[in-house]
Write a protein of this length. Sequence first.
Length: 111
Amino acid sequence: MSENVGFAGQIGPEHVEQVVEKGFKSIINNRPDMEGGPEQPTSAQIEESARNAGLDYVYQPVVAGQITELDVRTFANHYNELPKPILMFCRTGNRSNNLYQLAKQMDLLEN
């Protein structure tokens, strides 16, 4: 975690207000829809709550253990363009953290 990014496990629409209260300006969802079954909130549900709360939102699903260079570069583009701080989430936060660390190692992040 840095001043520009935070990581979390699965969030739902009901958590968006807490995200705003913690000062985040954007959300990146790295968890594929339905990965956790029908009880997992969809990206569209979370996006609607996020946008209603004034947050930017990006859905960039990645599969655990299968992060590609394209995934990292796509993430870096989102990271560099979105208002910060950004909350990234997936099932546990590990995939999101891995994307961030890989982009950092490749020197793709502007700040």
